[in-house]
Design a binder for this molecule. Structure first.
Ligand code: URA
Length: 200
């Protein structure tokens, strides 16, 4: 039987839930695999779960996530309908420290497999850690957020991390500009993202 994307992603999530590839697995309450439409044309990638995400098993559900959802809604994007959200590492680093390069290295295989199933047209990297891992190691996020990169046929855009926007609210208008640019990119390159918002 040919399995569809949703069930292949479900199977991948089941495997991921028992992952013990690195020490982050020892301190976790939950693996934070990802959330969203299995056939999303736009994939958002964050850094790693924080406290709330670890407790709930879902990415971006704390204060930064509330802000992210608001900005998404402003450009007709919705984690439950037309995008997918995942992180570089699936388990919470202690005290919310940056994930170590070796933790990223061990975990990134899960994200690669998510990417291979979802096959997004656009990747949005939330913050420096994700952008450095996915777009280019020497990214300067304050300078280069909102810039469009192309890699292997996929359009990529780094944006400011919503937690950084909570610390520096003066950057919110610039971040909003990036979301408007993203909306334009979606209109130009995606086929069903905005149709899905209005479905059922
Ligand atoms: N920050 C991230 O980068 N990812 C989350 O899931 C939550 C906060």
């Amino acid at each position: 039987m040919i399995q569809n994307n949703a069930s292949l992603l479900d199977n991948l999530e089941k495997d991921c839930l028992s992952c013990q590839r690195c020490d982050l697995s020892r301190g976790r309450h939950n693996v934070v695999f990802g959330v969203g439409a299995p056939d999303a044309e736009v994939l958002f990638i964050g850094e790693g779960p924080g406290e709330q995400e670890d407790l709930k098993g879902e990415p971006f559900v704390g204060k930064a996530g509330i802000l992210l959802d608001k900005m998404l809604r402003a450009v007709d994007l919705d984690r439950n309908k037309n995008i997918y959200i995942a992180n570089i590492v699936k388990c919470r680093p202690p005290q919310n420290r940056d994930p170590l390069p070796e933790e990223q290295e061990l975990c990134i295989a899960w994200l690669r497999r998510q990417f291979a199933l979802i096959r997004p047209k656009i990747i949005v990297c939330l913050g420096r850690i994700a952008a450095a891992r996915i777009i280019k190691p020497d990214i300067r996020i304050k300078k280069e957020h909102g810039k469009i990169f192309r890699k292997g046929g996929v359009i990529m855009m780094p944006i400011l991390h919503p937690a950084a926007l909570l610390r520096n609210p003066a950057d919110k208008p610039a971040a909003f500009e990036d979301f408007l640019r993203l909306q334009q990119l979606i209109e130009e390159h995606c086929e069903h993202t905005y149709d899905k918002l209005n479905s059922e």
